[in-house]
Design a protein around this ligand. Structure first.
Ligand SMILES: Nc1nc2c(ncn2[C@@H]2O[C@H](COP(=O)(O)OP(=O)(O)O)[C@@H](O)[C@H]2O)c(=O)[nH]1
Ligand SMILES: [Mg+2]
Length: 660
């Protein structure tokens, strides 16, 4: 299966999942089971599936054919080049291709001068007015390709400006950009480009990152620190015409060190194999030469040869556009697409499905809890009413007194429930203090000072290690608080359950291990900036500033998501308590009302019992249906899928599925 087909299938799976989730929500609502806790789970699950993005980053020195490869894999359907690709430096700034249904198809460009300001790229994303926006005519490939030429724009600035922007290093003159006759230096016009088009793959959550060469990658810490490490797959490209050059090796060593979670997500492409094609050699001889180059590159990069795939992006693109199958096979592009599809999409699907399965399970048990409460109340009422058969009005009076007494007792215990809540909130406050933004800011203050200190920064590495160590302590502290909350909730819930027959369950508290791991990854990916090789860059105040910004924006994400998980878990516990207390109050009212009616006319007693028996049957059917709907969610098979008979596809459901 090609990458595109596999991705399509993943998209179909997500659409159908969204549709079935919608049915489940509708059904829960009709049955009155959609309480705050259930709804919360539902929304989370929806967001989880909807926001599932897959990022593939193409990283290499300029002119290795990144843009051409992107054209060949993703955009051949347009019948021409979409991303500018020609000899020399064309992609001057990192370019992200994706789809956001909230805005029109467009190209957005962030001016390079924003580098002189302290905000990180992530912050600029939130300020749309700072970006130049150019509308794209999606059905007009010529206009599209023309507009995208803008990512190649350059400007000429005085040397000082180039230095401040991070494109000029006095220490390594051979890497500096060309200087014009008037002494001005050529630098990119734009810092970052975002392309928004409704290409089928992008609509389904694919994000493609095209990067410029070594110089521009090195000047933007955000790329190394944030974008590249977060990509689900990284395609590193070498040229068969150049072999592994010194700057290829620098990119590899400085920016693509492995450290990713799970398996290796790096694919190495030996591009431009058509330059080795030769009418005087047999195909066998050509292939032998290609394999020699693969083996040699593998040795230099320290990888098995199987991780290096040879292709010709250019011939692959031509072959797709002209529908020349023989040429397509010769380009070896299909093998690369298959490798991308298998490693990337397979993994991604497994991760999402596992996450979704866990959430569906939680959703189901939350809804089942609400059902159980009702059954229990029903059973109690039934018992009461059966006991009333043939009894006189004194007994009925007595019964009412008993219920009223229970009711009063329950209201009296609200102070207890309140106490549990306030202990709970106090503990949660501890977690917030450990992981909140003020703490993070304070922790980073020392490091910022060390980085900004003029001249050679001696204690930098030590301060850096200390900062990360105390951040790790904060996460571990939060883990300890979580454990404390867990113990408290478990014991409080056990008591409340015993006393009031509730079915409260705290669930397992979130695990901070993943966040600690993320923290380590960030620490690793920054470390290279502090080495001796980078002394000169670090001496520039602008660079240090950008580094701090990139660092803190990434750390903020880690801390926010850790805190978010803890808060969500706690919310779910409080929501349960609220929901069960409310159900109980309603049950008292229902029981009293039933007694009242029976007191008025003894003949209604049998009717009422029959009614309850029927209700009990309905509840049992509801329980079955809930199990059915939940397991259907986990069992989405994109191809053989039929809507259940009793739930017509309503317009809203279809629209939701469409928008995912
Ligand atoms: N012969 C040959 N040239 C290629 C191939 N792929 C890209 N090129 C050429 O290499 C140059 C640089 O390609 P481009 O995609 O702009 O490189 P980038 O800077 O890495 O994005 C362009 O002139 C492409 O036409 C290939 O497979 N074979
Ligand atoms: Mg390019």
């Amino acid at each position: 299966m090609s990458f595109n087909e596999q991705f399509d299938q993943h998209g179909a799976w997500r659409r159908e999942f969204a549709l079935r989730l919608k049915w489940l929500a509708q059904w829960l609502k009709e049955q009155g089971l959609l309480n705050a806790a259930v709804e919360d789970r539902m929304l989370r699950l929806q967001a989880q599936v909807r926001s599932d993005k897959v990022m593939v980053a193409f990283v290499a020195e300029f002119s290795r054919g990144k843009s051409e490869l992107i054209n060949a894999i993703f955009f051949a359907g347009y019948g021409r080049r979409i991303m500018p690709a020609s000899a020399g430096r064309t992609t001057m700034c990192p370019t992200e291709l994706g789809y956001d249904p909230g805005i029109a198809p467009c190209l957005r460009l962030l001016p390079i001068e924003t580098r002189l300001q302290p905000q990180a790229l992530a912050e600029w994303r939130l300020v749309p007015e700072k970006w130049l926006q150019i509308d794209l005519e999606v059905d007009n490939p010529a206009q599209l390709a023309g507009a995208l030429q803008k990512v190649a724009e350059v400007q000429h600035v005085p040397l000082d400006q180039a230095r401040a922007l991070g494109f000029w290093h006095d220490g390594s003159p051979e890497d500096n950009p060309p200087v014009a006759a008037d002494g001005r230096v050529e630098v990119p016009q734009w810092r970052h480009a975002l392309i928004n088009i409704a290409h089928p793959l992008l609509r389904q959550g694919l994000v493609i990152l095209d990067t410029p060469g070594l110089n521009a990658i090195g000047a933007e810490p955000e790329l190394t620190v944030s974008l590249i490490p977060q990509a689900h797959a990284v395609v590193f490209i070498l040229g068969a015409d150049t072999g592994v050059t010194r700057s290829d090796l620098s990119i590899w060593q400085e920016h693509l060190v492995s450290g990713a979670k799970g398996g290796d997500n790096r694919l190495i492409v030996l591009n431009k194999i058509d330059t080795l094609w030769d009418a005087l050699s047999t195909p066998g001889q050509v292939q032998a030469q290609i394999d020699r180059q693969r083996a040699e590159s593998a040795k230099i990069l320290g990888l098995p040869m199987s991780q290096i795939l040879a292709v010709s992006a250019q011939k692959g693109l031509v072959a797709k556009v002209t529908q020349d199958d023989a040429l397509l096979q010769a380009s070896q592009l299909p093998a690369l697409e298959a490798a991308l599809a298998n490693s990337l999409m397979g993994q991604r699907q497994d991760i999402l499905r596992a996450a979704v399965a866990a959430s569906v399970h939680e959703l189901k048990s939350e809804a089942a809890r609400a059902l159980n409460m009702r059954r229990r109340d029903l059973a109690e009422q039934m018992l009461e009413l059966r006991g009333l058969r043939g009894k006189n009005s004194t007994v009925i009076q007595h019964m009412r007194k008993r219920i009223e007494h229970e009711q009063a007792e329950f209201s009296g215990s609200s102070a207890r429930l309140h106490a549990v809540r306030s202990v709970h909130n106090a503990l949660l406050g501890d977690a917030v203090r450990l992981l909140g933004m003020p703490t993070l800011k304070a922790e980073l203050a020392g490091l910022t000072a060390a980085l900004k200190q003029p001249g050679i920064k001696l204690r930098l590495k030590k301060t850096y290690a200390e900062t990360f160590s105390s951040l790790r302590d904060a996460l571990q502290g939060a883990q300890a608080v979580t454990a404390e909350i867990q113990v408290m909730l478990d014991s409080a819930f056990r008591q409340i359950n015993a006393e009031f027959g509730f079915s409260l369950q705290a669930g397992r508290g979130p695990d901070m291990a993943q966040h600690v791991q993320d923290l380590e990854l960030i620490e690793q990916s920054h470390l290279q900036y502090l080495g001796l090789g980078n002394v000169l860059r670090l001496a520039q105040p602008g660079f240090a500033d950008r580094l701090v910004r990139a660092l803190s924006s990434r750390l903020r994400m880690v801390f926010e998501s850790a805190l978010g998980e803890i808060e969500l878990w706690n919310q779910s516990a409080s929501a349960q308590l609220d929901a069960q207390a409310r159900e109980r109050r309603q049950a008292f009212a229902r029981r009293l009302e039933a007694i009242e009616r029976i007191g008025q006319a003894a003949s209604t007693l049998d009717d009422r019992i029959a009614e309850l028996e029927e209700h009990e049957l309905r509840l049992r059917a509801m329980e079955n249906r809930l199990g059915e709907l939940a397991s259907q969610l986990l069992d989405v098979q994109p191809l053989a899928f039929q809507p259940p008979r009793d739930q017509p596809i309503d317009a809203a459901g279809a629209a939701l599925a469409e928008s995912t």
